[in-house]
Design a protein around this ligand. Structure first.
Ligand code: HEC
Ligand code: HEC
Length: 237
């Protein structure tokens, strides 16, 4: 864990009333997080007193709230689906979303490549945590310490799937998912980039995505089988 024993100043801001609060936080470095936030997120998101929606929603009170909480911001369909499934922004989800937004929400409108470095994500989350209503109640464990070991290794993404094997396995999927590419309430999974497909399946497997049926489906598949399915469904236009 980084900065063990180091006391870092976190600013607790309660609906605009700034109050300094000394917290030893293991999430990250608040000051560095503020600078990174301005660089990486500031063009689309505001946070703090008087923050308004821009390209992205403002980020006050994000922690421990349901995903897509603002009624006056129009989100993507993918994010609304995650909300219906009951997803809440906890440290793990936020960390996964910032690593690569598409892992959690395939069709997200957040046009952002993601932050590969755990340290950068931790610092930004430490900064944002100060703008949620009860920062002291939000767990202090480094987000990256929790799910890091399970993070997808480049080897898994590099597996070349066998589309014929994928076709054989796919009968289990096409009872629900249409091959015609028509949306009938169940998402369309044909014609995806293979990598996005693999990321989505592993997000169910890791239980980062909340849907219980898909968690169960994904949990039964090996890495090779997921790659094969990605290759097969990817062959459709
Ligand atoms: C290019 C613009 C853009 C950038 C850069 C960007 N975002 Fe976003 N963000 C969005 C949009 C648009 C959404 C809404 C996503 C959707 O509807 O799928 C969003 C959604 C979010 C949400 C979910 C909000 C909610 O109400 O549920 C969080 C959290 C978030 N962004 C954090 C960040 C952080 C932290 C950064 C910087 C590391 C960042 N974003 C960078 C545009 C951006
Ligand atoms: C019983 C019906 C059912 C079966 C069987 C099923 N799925 Fe799904 N699948 C769903 C539903 C419902 C969702 C939307 C879940 C959500 O809200 O996250 C989904 C979501 C997905 C997604 C993410 C879509 C997106 O837009 O993010 C992928 C990828 C996927 N399924 C692949 C598969 C594969 C591969 C199989 C076969 C191994 C399969 N599914 C079997 C119902 C099913």
């Amino acid at each position: 864990m980084r900065r063990l024993g180091g006391v870092i100043l976190a600013w607790g801001v309660l609906f605009g009333a700034a109050q300094a609060e000394e917290t030893a936080t293991a999430i990250g470095d608040v000051d560095r997080g503020e600078r990174l936030f301005q660089q990486k997120c500031g063009s689309c998101h505001q946070v703090g007193e008087g923050a308004k929606h821009g390209t992205g929603p403002h980020l006050n009170n994000i922690f421990d709230r349901k995903i897509a909480q603002f009624g006056d911001f129009l989100y993507s369909e993918g994010i609304y689906r995650a909300r219906r499934d009951g997803m809440v922004w906890d440290l793990d989800n936020l960390d996964a979303y910032l690593t690569n937004p598409k892992v959690l929400v395939s069709g997200t409108n957040m046009d952002f490549r993601g932050l590969a470095k755990a340290e950068d994500r931790g610092d930004i989350l430490a900064f944002l945590r100060g703008y949620s209503s009860s920062p002291q109640d939000i767990p202090e464990a480094a987000p990256t310490a929790l799910k890091q070991d399970e993070e997808l290794s480049p080897e898994i993404l590099a597996i070349v799937g066998d589309p014929d094997y994928g076709e054989y396995l796919s009968t289990e999927c096409t009872t629900c998912h249409q091959l015609t590419g028509e949306y009938d309430g169940i998402p369309v999974i044909t014609g995806w980039y293979e990598e996005d497909f693999v990321l989505a399946m592993h997000a169910y497997k890791r239980k980062l995505r909340p849907h219980p049926v898909m968690q169960m489906m994904a949990s039964r598949l090996s890495d090779e089988e997921i790659a094969a399915l990605a290759a097969y469904f990817g062959t459709f236009e």
